[in-house]
Every structure is written in C-alpha cells, then in structure tokens.
Design a protein around this ligand. Structure first.
Ligand SMILES: Nc1ncnc2c1ncn2[C@@H]1O[C@H](COP(=O)(O)OP(=O)(O)OP(=O)(O)O)[C@@H](O)[C@H]1O
Ligand SMILES: [Mg+2]
Length: 491
C-alpha cells in the first residue's frame, strides 16, 4: 500500500466548524473565559461594540499569555487530543474551543498575546483561509490593535470581527444587540458564579462587560436565611469523586429574585428547579431533572448541585461547547434515590446540615427540636395565618396574636400522645367533608389574595405549595376556576 496525504479542504472544514457545538453568544464567550481561567487570569474584560451594525467583540485577560509559538499552536484547529489527561483545573478538553466558539459567532478571529514582554498576533479569516493560510500580524499591526494593557503586562486578547452569526436572521438592530449583551451578562453571572463569588479556592476572578463588573448569581440563594442546605453526598466513579448537594429554596415570594431568575418571572423560578452540574466549578447544565422527576412534581423548590471533575469527561460525554453532558448510568440510580427521597418527604420538617429542624412555610404546624426539647408552634408565615396577623385594625391584630398564642399553648400534648399510642388509626384530624372544606377555602381565599396583592397567578402557586390546599389541589383548583381567579391581575 502506498500512502498519500489527503487533508481536508480548509475553507470547507472551517465552515463546518462553525456548526460544531450548539453555541449562543454567552456559551461562545464562556469558552474564551474558560481559557482565560486556565491561564490564571484575575481580570477578564469583555467589550461588545455595536459599531453601526458591524459589531466587534473583544475579550482581554491578564493571564499568563502565550509566546509566539504557543499562539500559533493555539490557533491550530484541534490543537490538542481530547483523550489527553488535563490538569485538574483545566476547563478545556478538545483543542477546539477558541476556534469553534469564535467561528460560531464571527468570520474573523484575531488573537494577540503578550508573554515575557513579547507581543504576538495571529488571525484566521474564513474568507481567506484557502490552503490553511493563517495571518501573522506584524509588530506594527499588533501594536495598533492591542489594548494598552498588553504592552505593559502579560495577557491575551481575542477579537471577533465580521460577526455575522450574532443574529439568526442576518441583520441585527442596536436594540437586539443590546438584549443579547444583557442576556450574555446574566448567563455569565450564573455560569461562573462560584468564581465570581470567591468560592473557588486560590482563584479570585473578576469579569467586566463593557466596563461593568458582573456580579455572580448564586442559584441556591445560599446566603438566604430560609434556604436549607441538605446533607452532601459523595459518589465515587472510577475512583473519582462526584459531590451532590441538595438545597431547598425559600418560597419565591420570600426571596428578592436576582436578575437571572427574574427573567423568567415566577414561572421561570419554578422551572429552574433541578440539577445544576458543575465541571471544575463552572456550571455546564442547569435546571434539568434528567427525567428523574417532572417539572413541578416536587412540592418544594429544590435545586441540587452536582460537582464533576474534568477527569470524567468521557463518561459524561461532555460536548464541545461544554453546554451539555449525559448523565452516566452509574450515577443515575444514586440521583434517582435522592430525588425519590425528596419526593417522598411526607413530613415537611427536615433535618438540615446544621442539625436544625427547619421551618417550612407551607405547613400550619411547625415542630422545633432544640436542646433536647421538642415543641410545636403555629407557623406565622403560613399565608392564611400571616394574612390574619396583618389585618389593618390594630385591635383585631392584637387579638389575632393572642388567639394564635392560646391555641399554641394549649396544644393537647398528653391526650394526643395517648391517642397516637393507643389508637393511631382512629385519629382523623383533617377535614374530610368536602362541603366544609369548600366553605373554609372560600372564606380564606380573599384574605390570601390580599397577601399576594391581587395576583391570581401567585395565588394559585401559593396554594399549590401550601397545606391543606396542596393535598386537596383538585378541589381548590375547581373553586379558583369557578371564581374566574385563574389568570390576569385582580383589579
Ligand atoms: N486566553 C488564553 N491565555 C493563554 N492561553 C490560551 C488562551 N486561550 C487559549 N489558549 C491556549 O490555546 C489552547 C487552545 O485553546 P482551545 O480553547 O482552542 O482548546 P482547549 O482549551 O485546549 O480545549 P477546548 O476545546 O475544550 O476549549 C489552550 O489549550 C491554551 O493553551
Ligand atoms: Mg478552551
């Protein structure tokens, strides 16, 4: 046999590379940010300029930069073998990111890098790529193009021009461009929130977008006092650690939603429950249940972080755009166990990390265990109780408070525990008479509607997560329908 060289046609291959992965602007920028993080950048400055419809995007970092030969190697498509072992903090895998991300958005990619006081620059232009001819910038060209920072310190600057793919329909208005930039900012705030929030040891990072610092957005609201952080679990796959940490979020009416969740409104907040998969602290997937639960099936707002190391990339089948991964079969059962456990939580009282028994605003009675003592109290955050305690008239309000306290203090502990011991099956505390239940709901509804400021959508959601309405949802929904309280805002 004889061997002949049979390389791909440059223009055709690179045009196909434009469709590798499933990039949008934020995920394409994320591929560049990954590279900057790998290069130990502390500051990343992204500039998006509209330039009267010929947009240009620049990403400048202060990482360790590249020498001329390193830059040329980096510009090469498929610059490393995906099968190669990577250092544990490397966010790369395929040797394609810089190229595939850039060409998903633009036709001209210019990279300038500064290392050891030497500035170098190289460029691919898809309109002029025949025979794999890469542009190498002269010193003058580099100096004319590079941001000032690169002439004094190490770093790398990526410039995208001929940005023909920012919009699906070709032309892009200034308003559309602006929306895209805002969307990119919110996604970056989420994807890198651990880096931006200082949670990644030894790696402080700031990202600026058009000179504005992007603040990390923590999807677990872990600083909120009502967020419950449940036990962490660890699973070993091929000797590598996968860390799983469920959080129960406070009801949305109790949190000041950050930008990202506000985007989708309350519905988005609910839909964004599920697993949040992090690869080396960088979010790759969010808000999916991997078909282990249906959206809305869990009565509480649950978000579960799953941390995977880059050494398990092949098992997770990480995609080139790092935007997707498949749940490995070995982990599926374990995650299913966790989800089933959350689904089954009949008692809404749950032992959290600190050994505290947390309150749950969706139940009327709360159980507290502290210093070896247990007591029950009425949940003042239950919407009906809250409405009762916040009536306008001060005298009625004080009376309401006294009523709640007297009910609490006279909880029939002895009689109840005797009944539980002797004839537990005969205890029928909940209302079984549909007529009576209906009357009660009809009386309570206007009070609760007032609590949610007349918003029917919020009311319905509130009831769906609150006892006793959530366990009698069909009946409650019927009443709402009859009243026509199912959509739009009340006047
Ligand atoms: N901002 C940067 N600073 C320093 N080196 C960089 C930078 N960007 C890219 N490089 C170098 O270029 C190489 C190629 O980058 P590219 O993103 O194409 O592939 P990768 O990061 O190795 O893998 P992946 O395809 O998964 O992103 C990197 O491995 C790195 O050595
Ligand atoms: Mg990369």
């Amino acid at each position: 046999m004889q061997f002949i060289s049979n390389p791909p046609d440059a223009a055709s291959l690179m045009t196909s590379a434009r469709s590798f992965g499933n990039y949008d602007l934020p995920s394409a920028l994320a591929d560049l940010i990954d590279n900057s993080i790998k290069a130990r950048a502390r500051n990343i400055r992204i500039t998006c300029l509209y330039q009267s419809g010929s947009p240009a995007i620049r990403v400048l970092d202060d990482g360790y930069g590249m020498s001329r030969s390193e830059l040329h190697a980096a510009m090469r498509p498929a610059s490393t073998n995906p099968a190669e072992e990577r250092s544990p903090d490397d966010l790369g895998r395929f040797g394609w990111g810089l190229k595939s991300a850039s060409f998903s958005q633009c036709k001209k990619l210019t990279v300038i890098s500064s290392k050891d006081g030497v500035l170098s620059g190289a460029e691919w232009d898809l309109d002029e790529i025949s025979n794999w001819k890469m542009g190498v910038l002269t010193d003058r060209e580099v100096k004319g193009l590079a941001s000032d920072e690169l002439s004094t310190s190490a770093g790398t600057e990526i410039i995208w021009s001929k940005c023909d793919r920012l919009s699906e329909h070709g032309s892009l208005s200034a308003a559309e461009f602006n929306d895209l930039v805002v969307y990119a900012r919110d996604r970056i705030a989420l994807v890198y929130h651990r880096y931006l929030g200082g949670a990644v040891r030894g790696h402080s990072l700031k990202i600026f977008l058009n000179d504005q610092e992007i603040k990390g957005y923590d999807p677990f609201y872990s600083d909120h006092r009502a967020t419950q952080q449940l036990e962490t679990e660890e699973v070993r796959i091929e000797g590598k650690r996968v860390r799983i940490q469920p959080f129960i979020l406070p009801h949305y009416s109790k949190v000041t939603l950050s930008e990202y969740d506000r985007l989708g409104g309350e519905e988005g907040f609910l839909k964004n429950q599920g697993f949040y998969v992090y690869r080396n602290h960088r979010l790759i997937i969010n808000g999916t249940w991997f078909r282990l639960a249906k959206h809305g099936e869990l009565s509480q707002l649950v978000r579960i972080s799953v941390d995977i190391p880059n050494s398990l990339d092949s098992i997770w089948k990480i995609t080139i755009d790092k935007g997707d991964a498949q749940l490995p079969a070995v982990l599926r059962n374990r995650l299913k166990g966790i989800v089933d456990g959350l689904k089954k939580r009949s008692s809404k009282v749950f032992r959290s990390k600190g050994g505290r028994l947390d309150r749950d605003e969706s139940t009327v009675w709360q159980r507290h265990a502290k210093n070896g003592e247990i007591h029950y109290s009425i949940n003042r955050e239950h919407p009906l109780i809250a409405a009762f305690l916040s009536v306008d008239d001060e005298e009625t309000r004080s009376a309401a408070k006294a009523v709640i306290e007297v009910i609490e203090q006279s909880f029939p502990v002895i009689a109840f525990s005797e009944d539980v011991n002797r004839r537990p099956l005969e205890i029928r505390q909940t209302e079984t008479n549909p007529r009576a239940f209906r009357d009660q709901v009809e009386t309570a509804l206007p009070l609760m509607l007032h609590e949610v400021e007349g918003d029917f959508a919020r009311l319905s959601d509130l009831l769906r997560h609150t006892e006793p309405y959530s366990s009698n949802w069909a009946a409650v929904e019927e009443i709402l329908k009859e009243k026509g309280w199912t959509s739009a805002r009340a006047r």
